[in-house]
Write a protein that binds this ligand. Structure first.
Ligand SMILES: Nc1ncnc2c1ncn2[C@@H]1O[C@H](COP(=O)(O)OP(=O)(O)OP(=O)(O)O)[C@@H](O)[C@H]1O
Ligand SMILES: [Mg+2]
Length: 256
């Protein structure tokens, strides 16, 4: 098995008396798309928040290429190579797509204000922003005001912003939420391309999309990992069916 890029062990987060994550183990590798599933409130976003550094864990260890990064801030983790997108769209609506990506690319630099005095760095940031837009399929939309992009394009832009930081690990919280079937299909294609050279953790409720792209799946319920393994194992698991997939299939018409 390949060496994990990002590995969480014993990851635990309490909110008062609630264990939103309890002893979660997750391992991400380059070239592998790992889906994190579970019903509403299972603890998926809490898990991403701890991996990204937005939320300190109560207990547990997070390692990036073997190095303990549990105490690094979100900004420091971004510089190390960990990027995340948010469950709710999180862009500067009044700026163009390119400006959004440039701001993201700048945020990776240690002293962003130097950008304004350092022409070389400026060019570098601009190039990185452009490359990220192209990779996310928005190359032709760089000068469009972000708030006027379609919903699907806005979600693509959020991924482009993560790519602009040069992230090697992508933590994506429901990137397909609110998308129509054409937009979802495009996003699935994008995820397939992106996973070739990066490690991806995908939180997603759309089962068709998950089973189309996931190489590995972890199912969480009530903050605890119920099962983790290849898609066939998850699909066949009676426990998972009972706890999540069966109920999800009925409610959302998913084919599992
Ligand atoms: N900042 C917080 N303070 C208190 N409780 C929280 C906080 N964040 C999350 N929780 C609680 O932790 C549990 C897990 O929430 P989380 O947002 O991680 O779930 P989720 O799996 O992402 O759900 P969804 O599918 O609805 O996005 C829930 O019971 C939630 O109410
Ligand atoms: Mg969530």
């Amino acid at each position: 098995m390949a060496e994990p890029v990002l590995e969480a062990t014993g990851l635990t987060r309490h909110f008062g008396g609630l264990a939103a994550n309890l002893d979660v183990h997750l391992s991400l590798e380059t070239g592998v798309l790992h889906a994190l599933l579970g019903p509403n409130g299972a603890g998926k976003s809490t898990c991403i928040n701890m991996l990204s550094g937005d939320l300190p864990p109560t207990r547990g260890t997070i390692r990036y290429r073997g190095r303990d990064i549990t105490r690094l801030t979100a900004h420091q983790r971004s510089r190390v190579g960990i990027g995340r997108s948010y469950q709710r769209t999180n862009i500067f609506a009044q700026f163009t797509a390119l400006e959004n990506c440039r701001l993201a690319a700048q945020s990776r630099n240690q002293r962003p204000w130097r950008i304004f005095t350092d022409a070389l760095r400026f060019t570098d940031t601009l190039e990185r922003a452009r490359a990220a837009l192209v990779e996310a399929g928005l190359g032709a939309r760089e000068n469009v005001i972000a708030g006027t992009l379609s919903h699907g394009e806005q979600r693509q832009l959020e991924i482009a912003m993560v790519l602009a930081t040069d992230a090697q690990v992508l933590l994506l919280d429901e990137p397909l939420a609110g998308m129509g079937s054409d937009e979802s299909a495009q996003m699935v294609d994008l995820l397939k391309r992106l996973k070739q050279s990066r490690a991806i953790l995908l939180v997603e409720h759309d089962m068709d999309a998950v089973f189309a792209v996931a190489d590995r799946i972890t199912v969480m319920v009530n903050g605890v990992v119920l099962e983790s393994g290849p898609p066939e194992q998850i699909r066949a698991s009676r426990e998972v069916q009972e706890a999540y997939l069966g109920e999800n299939a009925e409610e959302e018409g998913a084919h599992v």
